[in-house]
Design a protein around this ligand. Structure first.
Ligand code: HEC
Length: 114
């Protein structure tokens, strides 16, 4: 039930959020049911854009591994979209829509450690 609700919420976000905003090439990963991989897609997003400030001994939350990223996933998504949370990466610019879409798909697919 909870998972279905999440899929619905993010599916709706993508449909309405990205349908009206064409500033970047929109990812079709969720639509085509392609599995998002943590090791090759999600971890690099964090490593390339966040870890300099959220690594060991850095700012809270620490985003060093699957467990910490999965635990804070919704919060992270809200920062990527500046939705009720401070925009991250701090100081901007926001990540491109394709990366944000991949992150939301990873959440809706159950935050797998794959
Ligand atoms: C230049 C340094 C820097 C970068 C890069 C950065 N952050 Fe942050 N982040 C911070 C700081 C500093 C805070 C604490 C802000 C505060 O408490 O006001 C923070 C707070 C957060 C929070 C908690 C926000 C809240 O409302 O409590 C989250 C989640 C977060 N960052 C995620 C990310 C993600 C995801 C990325 C990469 C896309 C990222 N950050 C990149 C410096 C950074």
């Amino acid at each position: 039930m909870k998972k279905k609700a999440l899929v619905f919420v993010f599916g709706t976000t993508i449909l309405f959020g990205f349908g009206s905003c064409k500033k970047d090439q929109v990812s079709t990963d969720c639509v085509s049911n392609t599995t998002i991989h943590f090791s090759t897609q999600i971890k690099p997003i964090i490593d390339n854009n966040c870890i300099s400030c959220h690594g060991p001994g850095g700012n809270t939350p620490s985003l060093t591994d699957h467990a910490s990223i999965a635990t804070h996933a919704t919060h992270i998504y809200n920062t990527l979209t500046a939705n009720g949370a401070q925009l991250m990466p701090q100081g901007g610019p926001a990540l491109n829509d394709t990366l944000i879409s991949q992150f939301s798909c990873w959440i809706s697919q159950g935050k797998q450690n794959n």
